[in-house]
Structure formats: structure tokens, C-alpha cells
Write a protein that binds this ligand. Structure first.
Ligand SMILES: Nc1ncnc2c1ncn2[C@@H]1O[C@H](COP(=O)(O)OP(=O)(O)OP(=O)(O)O)[C@@H](O)[C@H]1O
Ligand SMILES: O=P(O)(O)OC[C@H]1O[C@](O)(CO)[C@@H](O)[C@@H]1O
Ligand SMILES: [Mg+2]
Length: 473
């Protein structure tokens, strides 16, 4: 039986913890120092929408008890580290999970799933979990995969998905739905969503994809359609902000360690051996940084967030030369976006962009190898130098998710479904301080996550490697 919205939930309204009798550290002001981030809800523009009891109530596998359903007063604080000598403050995001009322009748639900941008370990796991959970938890039977990213909405037939079909998908890297860059045509995409009768759209992708998803959400609101848009952030570079990290990131770091280990073996087994490993990281060096910290074989880590230079006092080559003198070998890890301003390029190369408008990079690893060899021949013409360059770029993102990331993929998919079924829209589900939360798409699309080279983690990298800070002589 359908119940009216006001009976069901106060979703879509600003929530103040102080109104809900929760403990408050700032008793004088009688308000908590947390502001709850408003989440868009279908009811914001479809005021007469009817709510239904959550089908989980009758699911044979669930026995909803007190606390099973997440209420509007359940929030996740973004900033859990606070300085008690200053006024407390943190944004509070609605906690992910099942609500006691939903705004979709499973028999009338038509869900679409799309993957966009580059690969990331776990994409197939997320797709699989979306299909299986929509089917098993909520009883949705009309689930479709959009092929080839955003362009697939308007240029290809959707593929009907069911648990049997996706049963083994999590065992393979990549995305069985295929992905692409570019092809974002807002009107064509929303027309296609509308024409095909989709009322739930799950969008898996990185920062660019999320910016596109905001536009789709805005257009759906403008047309006042009963279509919920749920985003699932995917970024092997870990360049999306607010969330703790993307699924697949840990798997990528783990896989990168194999390349670093090989570079170390090659370097140790040669006379004056240098191993160079190039890792992904277009504008952020998270993979390089985490792999360096985990491996301990790395003597120097170069990331896009810090400048470096090759020759002269305090430069990279002087440092490597000293390493060779001290230990006979060195391992250098470089993120693909590092040093791009140093590599000579033609005017045409300066303008080059991929289909999504991202700048195309030159190969920093190959360039470092050739510059290093030229320099060595000039400085040490009679001494051997062996440089082995390993570029595992696509290997680290084309693998299936490891155990930790697989669990993440399941939780993020379930969280997205619970939120969408509850009528939330224009949001992303993701972990904040290890608890899954709902974050407005717009915030996620704008938030960047660069490496903070002033914090402890980067200082830790420098202390492990002893690399120079490349502050100009
Ligand atoms: N500002 C934007 N507005 C609308 N669509 C966008 C925008 N930026 C990117 N897109 C679209 O989003 C899709 C994916 O973008 P992009 O290729 O930049 O990858 P991404 O999602 O950032 O993932 P990753 O960088 O991790 O590979 C593409 O189809 C692209 O056209
Ligand atoms: O898949 P493509 O188009 O070669 O793009 C590679 C880029 O994708 C990423 O894996 C994710 O943005 C980057 O690390 C890398 O620069
Ligand atoms: Mg991106």
C-alpha cells in the first residue's frame, strides 16, 4: 500500500541534529557543530510522489530489526580529526543504506547501468553487484547495460542484464559493458533515457563522468522526470575528492608493486643499474606515492604535484649518481603526469587532447631514460650504466579487484541502489571515513583530490627515499 510522502520520510529537507535530541558538545549554543549536506530527492520537484514500504521487509534473506533502516538523522562526519582548541565543525553526509520507505515500485523500475572513462579494477564487480542486488534485494527485473559509455545511450541498443548473465563478471578486469571517452551529447542522452523508459540510471566513472552526470541530473530535473541518477566514483588515479578512495585503487597499487620489484631486481643485477617505473596518475601521484611507501625499494618518487629538474646541484641526476656510488643501483618511480612541463614538445603536441578533452601526455619514463643516458655518457664516458624502463601502465588497471576492493565494490553498489530506491537522486555513494555515505554529485564533480606535498605522507616518502626536494639551487 502506498503511503504519502510526509508519513514516510523527511528526505530532501535540511536536517539539524540539534532538533533531534542528540548529544551536543556545544551546550551553550545548543546546536551541533555539524551542518548536514542536503541531498537532492525526487520529491524536490515531484511533490505528489508516493512512497511504498521497502520490499526488503518481505525479503526472505532479511529480517529488518531496530536500526536496520537508516533514518534521516544518521550521518557520517567528514572531518573526524578535530582540534579541540578551536570551534568544532564538519560537514555531515547522510549515511548510505536502506530506508524504510522507497519511491520505486520494483515492477515498474527500469534501471540502466553505464561505465565511462578509463578502466579501473572492480568495474565488472560493481556492475555485477548492481544487477544482482537490484534483482535479489528489491525484485527489479528490468535491468539494462548501456554499451560503450555515454555515447551508448543514444547510439546502441541496451543489453538486458540478469544475475545469470553477470554471474562470473567479477572475475575479469575491465568492463563487460565496454567504455569510451567523449561522445557526451546531453540532449541525446536524456532523450534516450526518457524514450527507453529508464527511471534509474547508475553511472560509473571518474571526475569527467561525474561532471557529465551532473548535467544529466540537471536536465532530468528541468524536465521534471521521475528518474533517479546515482553516481559511483571510479578512478584508478584516485583523483576524485571527498571519498576516502576509489574502488580499485588498492588493487592498482598492489599490482604496481610487481613492476617496482622487477625494476629493483633488474637494477640490482646490473652494473650501475637504474630501474625506472612509470605509473598511472594524470594529475595526481597517489598510485606512485602509495606504491613507494609500500615497496621500500624506491629511491625516488616523482609526482605531478611537485616540480623537479634533471641536472645541476640538487637535481635528479646528481641524486641518482650518488645512489649508484653508495649502493650500485637505484629505482625511480614516476607518475605519468610528472615533469610534463620539462619534456620538449611540438605545437601540435601541446594542443593534443583525447576524446574527452583531457591533455595527452608524452612518455615521461622514456624521456627520463634517454636524458639520463645522454647525461651519463657526457659525465662518465668510461663507465657502464644500465637503465631498464618498465611501463606497466595498463597492466595495473586491467586486472580484477583484489579482496578488499571487491568488498568495496559490493558495498558501493548496494549503497547506490538503496539511495536510488529511496528516491534520492543526483548523488554519489562512497566511503567517508570508512562508512558509506551519500554525497551530492555536484560536490563530487568539483572536488579534486591531489597529493598534499606539505603533509606527513609526502614527508614520509621523502624520508624513506632521501630524495631531494628539488627546491631550486
Ligand atoms: N565537463 C564535462 N561535462 C560533460 N561530460 C563530460 C565532462 N567531462 C567529461 N565528460 C564525459 O565523461 C566521460 C568520461 O570522461 P573522461 O574521459 O574524462 O574520464 P573520467 O570519467 O574522468 O575517468 P578517468 O579519468 O578515471 O578515466 C566522457 O564521455 C566525457 O565526454
Ligand atoms: O585509457 P586512456 O585513454 O589511454 O587513458 C589513460 C588515462 O586514464 C587513466 O587511467 C585514468 O584517468 C589515467 O591514469 C591515464 O592517464
Ligand atoms: Mg578523469
Amino acid at each position: 500500500m502506498a503511503v504519502s510522502y510526509t508519513e514516510a520520510t523527511n528526505a530532501g529537507t535540511e536536517f539539524h541534529l540539534a532538533d533531534h535530541n542528540l548529544s551536543n558538545t556545544d551546550t551553550s549554543a545548543n546546536t551541533l557543530p555539524f551542518s548536514t549536506v542536503k541531498l537532492p530527492h525526487l520529491i524536490d520537484y515531484l511533490h505528489d510522489l508516493q512512497a511504498h514500504p521497502n520490499p526488503l521487509e518481505h525479503n526472505q534473506f532479511y529480517h529488518p530489526t531496530d536500526g536496520f533502516y537508516i533514518t534521516e538523522s544518521d550521518v557520517i562526519l567528514r572531518h573526524i580529526v578535530q582540534d579541540l582548541s578551536s570551534p568544532l565543525h564538519s560537514a555531515a553526509y547522510h549515511r548510505a543504506g536502506p530506508r524504510n520507505r522507497v519511491f520505486f515500485d520494483p515492477s515498474q523500475t527500469r534501471a540502466a547501468i553505464v561505465t565511462c572513462g578509463g578502466l579501473c579494477p572492480g568495474m565488472n564487480t560493481v556492475i555485477r553487484e548492481l544487477v544482482v542486488a537490484l534483482w535479489d534485494l528489491y525484485g527489479v527485473r528490468q535491468i539494462f547495460g548501456i554499451k560503450s559509455g555515454y555515447r551508448g545511450f543514444y547510439s546502441m541498443e541496451p543489453v538486458e542484464l540478469n544475475p545469470k548473465l553477470v554471474h562470473n563478471w567479477h572475475k575479469s578486469g575491465g568492463t563487460a559493458l565496454e567504455t569510451s571517452r567523449g561522445g557526451f551529447d546531453l540532449q541525446k542522452i536524456v532523450d534516450a533515457i526518457q524514450d527507453r523508459g529508464f527511471n534509474q540510471v547508475y553511472i560509473i566513472g571518474g571526475d569527467g563522468t561525474m561532471r557529465g552526470a551532473v548535467n544529466i541530473f540537471d536536465e532530468i530535473c528541468r524536465r521534471k522526470l521521475k528518474i533517479s541518477v546515482g553516481g559511483i566514483p571510479k578512478t584508478v588515479d584516485n583523483d576524485v575528492g571527498i571519498i576516502d578512495r576509489s574502488f580499485g585503487f588498492q588493487t592498482a597499487v598492489e599490482t604496481a608493486l610487481q613492476a617496482i620489484s622487477a625494476a629493483n631486481v633488474e637494477a640490482e643485477s646490473a652494473v650501475n643499474g637504474i630501474g625506472i617505473v612509470k605509473l598511472m596518475g594524470r594529475s595526481t601521484g597517489h598510485i606512485a606515492l602509495h606504491a613507494t611507501l609500500s615497496s621500500r625499494d624506491v629511491d625516488c618518487c616523482l609526482i605531478p604535484e611537485t616540480d623537479f629538474y634533471l641536472e645541476g646541484k640538487g637535481g635528479l641526476f646528481e641524486f641518482l649518481e650518488q645512489q649508484l656510488k653508495d649502493t650500485g643501483h637505484a629505482v625511480l618511480v614516476v607518475a605519468e603526469g610528472a615533469g610534463q612541463n620539462l619534456i620538449p614538445r611540438t605545437d601540435a603536441q601541446k594542443e593534443e587532447k583525447d576524446e574527452s578533452g583531457n591533455p595527452v601526455f608524452l612518455d615521461v619514463g622514456g624521456w627520463l631514460k634517454s636524458e639520463l643516458k645522454k647525461w651519463w655518457e657526457r659525465e662518465h664516458p668510461d663507465e657502464l650504466l644500465t637503465v631498464k624502463y618498465i611501463d606497466p601502465t595498463y597492466m595495473i588497471r586491467a586486472v580484477p579487484a583484489n579482496a578488499t576492493d571487491s568488498l568495496y565494490c559490493t558495498l558501493v553498489a548496494h549503497s547506490a541502489i538503496h539511495g536510488v530506491m529511496a528516491g534520492y537522486t543526483g548523488f554519489v555513494s562512497g566511503p567517508i571515513n570508512d562508512s558509506f555515505a551519500y554525497i551530492p554529485l555536484e560536490e563530487v564533480a568539483q572536488a579534486k583530490n591531489g597529493v598534499d606535498v606539505k603533509d606527513h605522507k609526502w614527508a614520509w616518502v621523502r624520508s624513506i627515499t632521501n630524495q631531494p626536494d628539488f627546491a631550486r639551487k
